[in-house]
Design a protein around this ligand. Structure first.
Ligand SMILES: NC(=O)c1ccc[n+]([C@@H]2O[C@H](COP(=O)([O-])OP(=O)(O)OC[C@H]3O[C@@H](n4cnc5c(N)ncnc54)[C@H](OP(=O)(O)O)[C@@H]3O)[C@@H](O)[C@H]2O)c1
Length: 343
């Protein structure tokens, strides 16, 4: 290991993608309870688009190493860690720090990747798979035969969400730019162009009685349309505020407004439910439960991949050194699936 060096990507402040810096250093050593992962795949999430603008709800102070999740092999185990973990391919959700050749993670936070699943494939399913699975099965609790509306059906989370829903026998209406419609139809999704025409009117034509669930990461004023499209007994899962990425001012306020609306809608007697989904809920206060749930759910998603219920959507694969191009591509509005970064 001593011949290796640490390579990591640093976000120095509010910068264009080209402002990301590559830093070299010494490979760290696993401390008590930790494992050292040699990264094989990490990825670009919407969070990094927000972080480089200083717009992610709870990002650390600049400078820091971004990277929401990673997949790699355990190359060092600290005191108190099962030594058998060495050599195992694992996945980890870290929020920041994943864009590095080597990453220290608490051993309790890693989830083994089953044999037969490649690192890049697995990477498409870490934050995106956990998010999609938990929203679908823990929040909306969808059932076969129901109809749901998925915004951003071509995106990293959206592409996993529509596949898991189809695998559960759910009818899916998905919003996306027209370039993605043929691919969505091939998956059994009814596409709606979010860049042209009146999306709520089109969804009402397709589902006159309303939909059983809406998954909305766009936020802003459109969240009211998402709520109104629900059938009696339906569930709104709000989980982001993509529409306010380029706004100025407080980065927390758009999310707090969504939380307020969700609270109000649930307080009113209207026979529908609303949630704001947060993948990190419970992380600070009930860590053991958080970890058990994450492990169980990601294991289910990997099993769905192994069964062929879903496929890994790798939109592009670039080396870490080309992270600026990867981020530009993620922001180009042309991507289907997940952009994966490799060492
Ligand atoms: N709450 C949580 O715990 C949690 C966890 C993970 C992710 N998220 C949220 O999930 C969302 C998706 O993340 P991701 O990593 O999958 O992103 P992604 O791969 O970049 O996909 C983003 C999707 O959103 C669409 N989109 C972007 N801006 C939009 C806008 N202003 N109006 C309508 N559609 C828009 C994109 O469409 P085009 O391709 O046409 O641009 C694309 O389909 C993000 O908002 C992220 O914050 C939340």
């Amino acid at each position: 290991m001593s011949a290796e060096e640490l390579v990591e990507v640093v976000l120095p402040g509010k910068v264009e993608p080209e402002g990301l810096r590559i830093r070299h250093g010494e490979v760290p050593v696993a401390g008590p309870g930790q494992v050292l992962i040699r990264m094989e795949a990490t990825g670009v999430s919407f969070a990094e688009q927000q972080m480089r603008r200083g717009r992610y709800y709870d990002q650390p102070a600049f400078p820091f190493v971004p990277g929401y999740d990673l997949v790699g092999t355990v190359v060092d185990t600290g005191a108190g860690v099962e030594p058998g973990l060495a050599g195992v391919r694992v996945a980890a959700l870290v929020k920041v720090g994943g864009w590095a050749s080597h990453v220290l993670v608490d051993a309790a936070d890693v989830v083994p990747v089953p044999d037969g699943i490649g690192a890049a494939q697995a990477e498409t399913l870490v934050v995106n798979g956990i998010t999609a699975w938990q929203m679908l099965h823990r929040k909306a609790r969808v059932r076969a035969g129901q109809t749901i509306l998925v915004h951003g059906a071509n995106g990293g989370v959206g592409s996993v969400l529509v596949q898991l829903a189809r695998a559960a026998g759910v009818h899916v209406i998905g919003t996306a730019a027209a370039r993605h419609h043929d691919a969505l139809r091939a998956e059994g999704v009814v596409p709606v162009d979010y860049r042209a025409g009146d999306v709520p009117a089109r969804v009402r034509e397709l589902a006159p009685g309303g939909v059983d669930a809406v998954f909305d990461h766009i936020g802003g004023r459109g969240i009211v349309d998402s709520w109104r499209l629900l059938a009696p007994g339906g569930t709104l899962v709000s989980y982001g505020s993509a529409s306010t990425r380029d706004d100025e001012g407080s980065k927390q306020w758009p999310v707090l407004k969504l939380l307020g609306r969700v609270w109000l809608w649930n307080a009113l007697p209207n026979g529908r439910r609303a949630y704001f989904y947060n993948a990190w809920a419970g992380h600070a206060l009930a860590k053991d439960r958080f970890r058990a749930r994450l492990r169980a759910d990601l294991t289910q998603v990997f099993a769905a991949l192994q069964r062929g219920d879903i496929t890994a959507r790798i939109a592009a694969q670039l080396p870490l050194a080309r992270v600026a191009d990867a981020l530009r591509l993620a922001e180009s509005g042309t991507v289907a699936g997940k952009i994966v970064l490799t060492p």
